[in-house]
Design a protein around this ligand. Structure first.
Ligand code: SF4
Length: 235
């Protein structure tokens, strides 16, 4: 698919596109995104359940569509294993993005176990800066966020302007519930992280992810004990 000329330059144009797209299926939104942006759009995934859904959908539309992940060097072994499983199942090839700092270099500069002392700095080094680098070469990115995941995500549109990273952000699953996600996974036999079956409802870096208790929201297990709820990628 070849790149197309930018057609979205103004917020009112974005509004005209966003309203009808809100009502489309997630697959239709992905098709629209690939038509509109070609190789200048990519799906970002952390291999959560929602990401696995979008990977399957994208592979059905165009298995050469760009999909990247931020490898913090601190993901669960089960997540690294899932990456290979998804590539084999869907014939896709994920782009891996890493921090410029190895874990050793980070420890030398900031001290050991930075995630315990200053997770915002750790997330900036290992997630936000690598994301900013890849997004600087794109016109749009696709994310797997849902509105009901956290308070901060309740206002997410299906298509919106990402002012933090200065490009278009596409959230095809914005209106989906957790139930919708798991129904899709079961119906299409989509591989997913086995940690979900142990009670992890949102899976990020190993040091900052804990089990979710009954009655807690899906992301309650992330950065437990501190007020942080986002890595800095979506706010
Ligand atoms: S989630 Fe934790 S370990 Fe991962 S980058 Fe953020 S602070 Fe560091």
């Amino acid at each position: 698919m070849s790149a197309t000329e930018p057609t979205i330059a103004l917020d009112d144009e974005l509004e005209l596109i966003s309203n009808p797209v809100e009502l489309e299926s997630a697959e239709a939104v992905l098709r629209w995104a690939l038509r509109e942006f070609g190789p200048d759009v990519a799906l970002a995934t952390g291999f959560g359940a929602e990401g696995c859904v979008l990977i399957r959908m994208l592979s059905e539309i165009d298995r050469n569509a760009r999909i990247f992940y931020l490898d913090t060097d601190l993901l669960f072994p089960e997540t690294y294993e899932l990456i290979g499983v998804l590539e084999a199942r869907y014939g896709v090839c994920f782009e891996q993005r890493t921090s410029r700092l190895s874990l050793t270099a980070q420890a030398d500069r900031y001290g050991e176990r930075l995630w315990e002392r200053d997770p915002d700095v750790c997330c900036r080094l290992r997630k936000v800066e690598p994301l900013r680098e890849i997004l600087s070469g794109l016109r749009a990115w696709i994310t797997a966020i849902r509105r009901d995941q956290t308070q901060a995500r309740t206002g997410a549109r299906v298509v919106e302007r990402d002012r933090k990273f200065d490009l278009i952000k596409i959230n095809p699953l914005a209106a989906w519930s957790s139930r919708d996600v798991w129904r899709y996974i079961k119906e299409h036999d989509v591989p997913y992280n086995p940690l979900y079956d142990l009670g992890y409802n949102s899976i990020g870096c190993q040091p900052c992810t804990t089990l979710v208790q009954i009655g807690e929201n899906d992301r309650a297990g992330r950065w437990r004990g501190i007020a942080k709820t986002e890595c800095g990628l979506h706010q």
